[in-house]
Write a protein that binds this ligand. Structure first.
Ligand code: ADP
Ligand code: MG
Length: 614
């Protein structure tokens, strides 16, 4: 007993301990992570010493970590066969503020008026986190230096600690926590197993819990790509992704600048969000040297990449200050930028190298990419490269990229044309498409209701404006059509049509874009498109309340209907007026804009009657 030395904690340590002990901190479980990380560090340092030829006590004992729980005694013990501590090191390391994590935490506390003790979880505060759950902590340690001896360090957290020479101890450190009454759960094997699996699954030294090996999956992201077998990747994916299917894509990469990053990312085979599971959360976990810092790390990727699963490990979040730097959003932003850029580049490469897989990916995940175009200004352009659409130049079902479209553009074409349409058949029979077909200019067919919005945000691609076909002023090539109305006759017909249709239309004019259709409606409002109208219509349950839509009507003077209508208006004005109304309605039907087709049935029946009596 006489050999027991009593030491005082350094004032700052005391301050820290007071916070740790007296704050009701919810994330108490992180003490397991901290003590295991320390044990792993000790193992790492031992291995380093051994490999540099230093003589080591009990050299035959491999570095490893063992955790035991005793629910009867209410204790948890963490033992490692790492490098251990001498008397001097115990005093230095566990009694003064020599290490960075704690220092950073205290600095933050000093800077903040109202310290947020919730930050403890992010800082970790290392060894002292043990006092969140323990009423007494006992450390038995024996240094790897052959001539040293063992020491026992004990503390109840208040004021100081006792140091006593230990008996004949094995090399390494054994830390026993006598748990507080409200923390007895940490003496339960199940609880501790869950915590170790969560934070310490990839610690590179064996961890046993009550003699059962826990960390069997390797941190393969830190290994050389060429040495990893396909099965290992798949096994790892199952582990981190909780998905028994194979991933669609895998990206394993490391970078040194501007940040040291090792990442292993997966695109799951299925889009879980589209499977009625609601909004998914990114399942990319952030590690620092194989110890988990944050599960489902927020901010690591932009929201639109929330389908990714995997691991990002960065040494630039040094274990000690990592929890502080987590708060440092500029570091997160830097990580985010590097990772997102790399992933986009990867996807672009895959679209060439693995075209089939990419197409599958696109079918599953296009909505995420489009969300990105609309919400992420920084990556808009790179995302634009990944978009795919059907096109008038390709067979049904085949998709093109905007880049390939641009390559096919004739020199005189300055814009990229898009047609919003519910399906291929509707696109090909759309009056808006006629002028393009005639000119042999390619049009992208956009089937997804989101596309209009997406194209509006993308705005240009490769310097070429994206233009909706219905908004384009294009003239047919100058070929006189057989039987077309003369310019004057056509003009006078448009005047008559406007008079006859009155308020039902905006302007009536001669069209330059029609080949097969007698007429087409175009939006009087340059900023409103047909699909926006449709969307607004769908949102308004009570369409009677909504103001009736007014479009401009463009007529095709080369169409036989127009020539005959022109003749008819002299002969039978009421019949011609009725036909004019029907032409307007037909034009609306052609582009999916007729509000209620039943309203025209009466008129249509009357017209049929006329036709049949002639
Ligand atoms: P950090 O790990 O951030 O340095 P900690 O509070 O976790 O801070 O630990 C303080 C120091 O105590 C460590 O840097 C290390 O030198 C020493 N230490 C803690 N646990 C062990 C251990 N199991 N074996 C050897 N040294 C340890
Ligand atoms: Mg530590």
């Amino acid at each position: 007993m006489s050999k027991t030395e009593t030491h005082h904690f350094q004032a700052e340590i005391q301050q820290l301990l007071n916070i740790v002990i007296h704050s009701l901190y919810t994330d108490k479980e992180i003490f397991v992570r901290e003590l295991i990380s320390n044990a792993a560090d000790a193992c790492e340092k031992l291995r380093f010493n051994q490999s540099s030829g230093v003589v080591v006590y009990q050299a035959e004992v491999a570095p490893a970590i063992a955790v035991t729980t005793d629910d009867k005694a209410g204790t948890i013990t963490i033992t490692d066969t790492g490098l251990g501590m001498t008397h001097g090191e115990l005093v230095e390391n566990l009694g003064t503020i020599a290490h960075s994590g704690t220092k950073a935490f205290l600095k933050q506390l000093a800077e903040e008026k109202k310290p947020d003790v919730g930050l403890i979880g992010q800082f970790g505060v290392g060894f002292y986190s043990a006092f969140m759950v323990a009423k007494r902590v006992t450390v038995l340690s024996r240094s790897f230096a052959p001539d040293e001896q063992g020491w026992q360090w004990t503390s109840e957290g208040g004021g100081g600690y006792d140091l006593t020479p230990g008996a004949d101890l094995p090399r390494g450190t054994k830390i026993t926590l006598e748990l507080k009454d409200d923390a007895k759960d940490f003496a339960q094997e199940n609880t501790v197993e869950r915590i170790i699996q969560r934070y310490s699954s990839f610690v590179p030294f064996p961890i046993e819990l009550n003699s059962k090996r826990l960390n069997t999956v390797q941190a393969i992201w830190a290994r050389n790509k060429n040495e990893i077998k396909e099965e290992e990747y798949n096994e790892f994916y199952t582990f981190v992704g909780h998905d028994h299917d194979k991933p669609l894509f895998r990206l394993h990469f490391s970078a040194d600048a501007p940040l040291a990053i090792q990442a292993l990312l997966f695109v799951p085979g299925k889009n879980f969000e589209s499977m009625g599971m609601g909004r998914i959360d990114s399942e990319v976990n952030l590690y620092c040297r194989k110890v988990m810092i944050q599960a489902k790390a927020k901010g690591l990727f932009p929201e639109w990449l929330r389908f990714l699963k995997g691991v990002v490990d960065s040494e630039d979040l040094p274990l000690n200050i990592s929890r502080e730097t987590m708060q440092d959003t500029s570091l997160m932003q830097k990580l985010n930028k590097v990772l997102t850029g790399r992933l986009l580049k990867f996807l672009d490469e895959q679209s060439v190298k693995e075209a089939e897989a990419f197409e599958k990916f696109y079918v599953e995940y296009q909505r995420f990419l489009k969300e990105g175009v609309a919400t992420d200004f920084t990556h808009k352009e790179a995302l634009g490269k990944l978009l795919r659409f059907e096109s008038s130049s390709l067979d049904k079902g085949k998709l093109t990229s905007l880049a390939d479209y641009v390559k096919r553009m004739p020199a005189e074409q300055k814009e990229i044309f898009c047609l919003l349409t519910p399906n291929r058949a509707a696109a090909e029979s759309s009056p808006y498409f006629e002028v393009f077909r005639e000119r042999k200019w390619e049009v992208l067919f956009l089937f997804d209701p989101w596309d209009e919005f997406v194209m509006e945000h993308l705005h240009t691609f490769d310097g070429k404006p994206l233009k909706l076909a219905e908004k384009v002023d294009l003239n047919l090539s100058e070929t006189k059509k057989e039987g077309a109305l003369s310019e004057d006759a056509a003009k006078s017909l448009t005047q008559w049509l406007k008079e006859s249709l009155g308020d039902k239309v905006g302007e009536v004019r001669v069209s330059q874009r029609l080949v097969e259709s007698p007429a087409v409606v175009v939006d009087a409002d340059k900023h409103m498109t047909a699909s926006m109208r449709r969307m607004m219509k769908a949102m308004k349950q009570d369409s009677e309340l909504a103001a009736p839509m007014k479009h401009d009507l463009e007529i095709n003077p080369a169409h036989p209907i127009m020539a005959r209508l022109d003749a008819m208006r002299q002969k039978d004005a009421p019949l011609a007026a009725s036909v004019a109304e029907q032409i307007l309605d037909n034009a609306r039907v052609a582009v999916g804009l007729l509000e209620d087709p039943r309203t025209m049935l009466n008129r249509l029946n009357q017209l049929l009657e006329k036709v049949l009596t002639n």
